[in-house]
Design a protein around this ligand. Sequence first.
Ligand SMILES: Nc1nc2c(ncn2[C@@H]2O[C@H](COP(=O)(O)OP(=O)(O)OP(=O)(O)O)[C@@H](O)[C@H]2O)c(=O)[nH]1
Ligand SMILES: [Mg+2]
Length: 257
Amino acid sequence: MTVNPPQTNPSQAAAPGAKYNPRDICIVLPTYNEAENIEPMVSSLLGLVPQVRVHVVDDASPDGTGRIADRLAHDHPGRVSVLHRRSKTGLGDAYIAGFRDALATGADLIFEMDADFSHPVAAIGPMIVLSTDYDVVVGSRYVTGGSLDRKWSLGRRILSWGGNQYARLITGLNVNDTTAGFKCFRREALQRIPLDQVRSQGYNFQIEMAMRCQKAGLTVVEYPIHFSERTRGTSKMTPSIAIEALWRILQLRVLVG
Ligand SMILES: Nc1nc2c(ncn2[C@@H]2O[C@H](COP(=O)(O)OP(=O)(O)OP(=O)(O)O)[C@@H](O)[C@H]2O)c(=O)[nH]1
Ligand SMILES: [Mg+2]
């Protein structure tokens, strides 16, 4: 089920953990060539609340991101861990591996989030609070109060918004931001999703996860966020990946139903 965003002003939501105090909050951070972002990103996440830990999933980044992550893990025992995958087989594979680790190590809440500061770290606190009442909290660009970086070109806005509307039409998803890569799952919610059946990569990984959440009957709420363009490092997404994703959505309709 998808519900409308809470009527309260999200910026006035309680401080992290004020209402709901999960013991172990694991933020799964997939990285591929994020050498410039990984250290500031991990620092800002660790500065939130002591319950937060970061699990980096690096796909043998040629720029040495994995080595920096190892150093951070050494410097912050128990709060930073690293999964080194042998090769870059896709964002979906990286997330599934990271989710499995988070569940196996006992996380109560599991976040997925980009490592390039596109998703606001400040939203994590209110999202934790919302997870008291919802199985899944989605950091959403396409609900009232959500917004996109002003640097996004008109073409990119149209592709993103249009692709999103198309995905909703084809899949029957209720969620407004179908490709959102910023989500918080309660442990029991993530356990209800058959992770071994998830096949998609890239944008479609997010759509497939949203479909599986809806199919499992999980309660989903969208929390408005501002999506910032990365200022360091390079994007792994290209227009051709985005366009390929459009027809693969049809396959998802058949696969997930
Ligand atoms: N482990 C792993 N991480 C990846 C892979 N592809 C992308 N990432 C990471 O996933 C996050 C999102 O990737 P981006 O390249 O920023 O792509 P995007 O955010 O969809 O696109 P932009 O809006 O252009 O930034 C970043 O933290 C990347 O480093 C992958 O194949 N493996
Ligand atoms: Mg990005």
